[in-house]
Design a protein around this ligand. Sequence first.
Ligand SMILES: *Cc1c(COP(=O)(O)O)cnc(C)c1O
Length: 440
Amino acid sequence: MAKSPNRESFDKIFEKLREHHKWFENSIPLIASENIPSPAVRETMISDFGNRYAEGWPGERVYAGCTYIDDVEFECMRLAKRLYRAEFADVRPISGVVANLAVYSGFTSPGDVMIAPSIPAGGHISHGKREHHGTAGLVHGLEIEFYPFDAQEMTIDVDKTKQKVKDLKEAGRLPKMAMFGGSLFLFPHPLKELGDFLKGYDIHINYDAAHVAGLIAGRKFQDPLREGADTVTMSTHKTLFGPQGGLVLSSKEHEETIKKAVFPGTTSSHHIHHMAGKAVAFAEALEFGRDYATEVIRNAKALAEALSDIGFKVLGESRGFTESHQIAVNVLEYSDGGKVEADLEKANIIVNRQLIPGDIKAGRNYFHPGGIRLGVSEITRLGMKRDEMQEIASYIGKVIIDKKDPNNILSKVRSFRKDYQRVKFCFESSLGAYEYVKLG
Ligand SMILES: *Cc1c(COP(=O)(O)O)cnc(C)c1O
């Protein structure tokens, strides 16, 4: 009998899912905001927790049926606090954007000013202006001012920022919140240098650790809670061991404000399976996080050096290219970030185009920016080391500098990938990293 159109759609979805898994098994995934979770984290994702509601705080839920959920959530909070040495952790925000929104709601009012990095200077759209549809401006009505940025040093300019804050105060636009952290994030931000100054003006400091959460957990990046941040927001799946989700950290002082801003302010169901997955990821980060973060940063430096050696213009050269999991490359000599992204994808090398300092002034936009951004978290989690970074740099060079047909590089990438099919830095890894799990 012929299949109904519904059944055809149904089958097609699973066909695409399986194709995606196969593709990633054969690719070099270099998106800096992505990572690969352990099989244990994936197991939490398919558990019945994902079908339940547990609104509110564990022990004080709005519905019955939360006995085991509460146990896991208490454990999850204990692990988060231990991992980040924080007095308070709210593990409920369902993503990094929602964590930021909770902090905006808790500590500012619409019309207040926030100072944050601009997007070419590494900022995230959730820190953005209303006219750019940024979350801070569009959803919470914040007015956004940008930090002065030093494109040579690839970080916030301390002296110019101090001057800007003084000028803003003069103009009656003193920021209520200062946002640190970003999406293009090569070097630690000057939190220690600016913290006391900002506090002198009673400015709330939030550090958005979405990208570097796994490096902070491994104690290999700046520690925002020790350097003066009042609150820390993050995604749990970029350098950290995932699942996708968010987290807010603070001292005891801000506990009640954050709790209310998260629920009922910005979540109803907090995606309980993801909460369980975060608990597993935190346990893995406590156990394996230091070794992992050390390897990530070594790999990022090695890949940056290898790319620079073959002729690429890698940003941050004067400072050794990177202190994080990321590398940024100016590709304008060859074409633009959009074209480079597309050419590399044909060779199964997955990167993203990136606005870099100077792009907006030069009239370039997000579709054709001057740069690409690479991240090494996922390939590090798969067990790749320094030799593999050399190899990857040479594939990228062949496609972009030598302009070889990406199809010819594709077969090399596929055979290179064969040996890296398990997730490392986790307790158990019996399932292939991209193995498709069929339940139905
Ligand atoms: C990715 C990112 C976010 C958003 O996180 P989601 O978990 O995708 O909502 C927020 N802030 C920064 C700096 C990011 O890079």
